[in-house]
Design a protein. Structure first.
Ligand SMILES: Cc1cc2nc3c(=O)[nH]c(=O)nc-3n(C[C@H](O)[C@H](O)[C@H](O)COP(=O)(O)OP(=O)(O)OC[C@H]3O[C@@H](n4cnc5c(N)ncnc54)[C@H](O)[C@@H]3O)c2cc1C
Length: 309
């Protein structure tokens, strides 16, 4: 019921207008999205960097079925990377790219287009002294995304990938990507997936996360542990002690606006923390779709508005 309501809300232009212009939603959006343009996002990440928090920036927009739109997204990333460089922020900021936003879903040769476009972004990132991580989207895109990651890593081995603990296949993907210096973000997974491909029980997802996190921490990979879950963060800290890893060989990652006090606490303890910073004018569809897909996403945002840590 809630899901259907949110799905129809995400498609309603009228509601989008009402929500976008209401002062109340401006406050909510300001908390989770770093503005609409390059200037605002560079300003936001500069503030975070001053607090010792690293960032990975996502230009909002996904599932493009329009070649021009894909090209515009690439151009926006290149502009962003150059602006970060000009502001002297590339030592702490990288970018996150959804391959569906740069053409992966185009017919008939989306994968080829996404690879070419992703390479353009990675080349410029490399020129200005930073890196790119490819976000992971729904399970039907994983093989294609991992092929693109593998191809790009031949020239740029520091390119990051993402694996979602909720999927049955992931423990195997983690083993295959747990090699030296491999930058892998481990998250629970934001997409609603069925029991044929995913664990649907929260306890099972958490157990899978712990198993995958252990594989990464016991390997020579560079794990990027993306979670706000206090129990998983505690288990990570214990595993780090047990494996004898130093604090510069992995990082915690969280979303902008979610548990900001916890982000600062971890930094004070000497951990590396990176915050995922979305920006751009497509925030309405993004937030609504994420919430419609998974009620726990709605809970994550609502809880952030009410909790102090
Ligand atoms: C940096 C980053 C990048 C991501 N990239 C991707 C991606 O590429 N692909 C993808 O599918 N997903 C991605 N995700 C989303 C991810 O998969 C999850 O959907 C999202 O992070 C919620 O899961 P969680 O592990 O944070 O815990 P949840 O299951 O949402 O929450 C677990 C527990 O955390 C605590 N908690 C949560 N929020 C709060 C709060 N505000 N205040 C206090 N306690 C709280 C509660 O105890 C809660 O029970 C990313 C997430 C992050 C942080």
């Amino acid at each position: 019921m809630l899901r259907e309501l949110l799905v129809s809300a995400s498609r309603s232009k009228k509601l989008e207008h009402i929500v976008s212009t209401s002062p109340l939603s401006k406050n909510v959006v300001n908390r989770f999205v770093a503005g609409y343009d390059t200037k605002s996002v560079v300003q936001k990440v500069t503030e975070l960097h001053k607090l010792g928090i690293y960032t990975t920036i996502d230009r909002l927009g996904e599932d493009t079925l329009d070649r021009n739109q894909a090209d515009a997204t690439v151009a926006a990333y290149l502009e962003l990377l150059r602006a970060l460089h000009a502001a002297g922020q590339t030592h702490m900021a990288e970018v996150s790219v959804k391959l569906s936003a740069v053409g992966q879903a185009l017919e008939p040769n989306g994968e080829e287009i996404a690879l070419t476009n992703a390479r353009k972004i990675v080349e410029v990132a490399n020129e200005v002294g930073t890196t790119v991580t490819f976000d992971m989207e729904d399970h039907t895109t994983i093989d294609s995304t991992l092929r693109i990651l593998g191809e790009i890593r031949k020239s740029y081995p520091n390119t990051g990938g993402v694996l979602q603990a909720q999927l049955h296949r992931t423990s195997n993907d983690v083993v295959n990507h747990a090699y030296e210096s491999s930058r892998i973000r481990l998250c629970k997974g934001a997409y609603a997936e069925g029991p044929d491909v995913a664990y649907v029980d929260r306890v099972e997802i958490d157990k899978a996360y712990v198993r995958d996190m252990r594989t990464l921490l016991e390997s020579k990979a560079y794990p990027m542990l993306a979670t706000h879950d206090p129990r998983l963060i505690e288990i990570a800290q214990a595993l780090v002690l047990r494996t004898g890893r130093s604090k510069d060989t992995f990082e915690f990652q969280m979303l902008l606006g979610v548990r900001p006090e916890e982000q600062k606490r971890l930094v004070e303890l000497g951990y590396k923390v990176r915050v995922y910073v979305p920006y751009g004018d497509e925030w309405y569809g993004y937030l609504m779709r994420r919430m419609a897909e998974k009620p726990s996403n709605l809970a994550l945002f609502v809880r952030s508005l009410t909790s102090k840590n």
